[in-house]
Design a protein around this ligand. Structure first.
Ligand SMILES: Cc1cc2nc3c(=O)[nH]c(=O)nc-3n(C[C@H](O)[C@H](O)[C@H](O)COP(=O)(O)O)c2cc1C
Length: 162
């Protein structure tokens, strides 16, 4: 059973969660970097608009080779209830036929579910079978708490099974 976790993280929270998943599930890890500057107030407004409109962006790596993987995780922060441009860009470049997919979204406190719904639509269009999904609220949580919340989800959802 080979697993890969593909994720975007701007501020490091989703990064910590993805690394915790990878360690516990013995999965490979690919962080997608958005080449657009997302720092600062003005760029955050553009980030919101880009996420709302599902605008594609330039990313590194530009593609991920999924041959040999059975289960693919996609993880992203929630931006105004939507997936981030970077994760939508990489999903649209993935062949997910015959892949089991797990989706996860971080959020301050709300609208992670609408993010997951949109991700689900997008990966299904690429041929995926979605087997699990979850959201994690991150606001005011210390790193240790984010790690223990993630480990609790792994147990609760029996993610080691896939
Ligand atoms: C442009 C933008 C829009 C956001 N929209 C939401 C939102 O709709 N709901 C929410 O709960 N958090 C929202 N957040 C907060 C992030 O989803 C949350 O802090 C996430 O855990 C950050 O992950 P990261 O540190 O990996 O980038 C938003 C953050 C940004 C920068």
């Amino acid at each position: 059973m080979r697993r890969i976790i593909i994720y975007y993280s701007q501020g490091g929270t989703t990064d910590l969660i993805a690394k915790t998943l990878a360690k516990n599930l013995n999965a490979d890890l690919v962080r997608i970097h958005d080449l657009k500057n997302r720092e600062g107030f003005t760029n955050k407004i553009f980030a919101t608009i880009n996420a709302f409109r599902e605008t594609k962006t330039d990313i590194i790596p530009a593609k991920v080779d999924l041959r040999g993987y059975d289960t693919v995780y996609f993880g992203t922060p929630t931006w105004t209830g939507n997936p981030t441009p970077a994760i939508l860009t990489i999903i649209d470049r993935c062949d997910l036929r015959a892949k089991d997919v797990v989706l996860f979204a971080t959020m301050d406190s709300n609208r992670g579910d609408s993010n997951i719904s949109r991700l689900e639509e997008k990966v299904k269009l690429r041929g995926a079978r979605v087997i699990e999904s979850f959201t994690i609220a991150t606001k005011n949580k210390k790193p240790e708490k984010l790690v223990s919340d993630t480990e609790a989800i792994i147990e609760m959802k029996d993610l080691k099974m896939y």
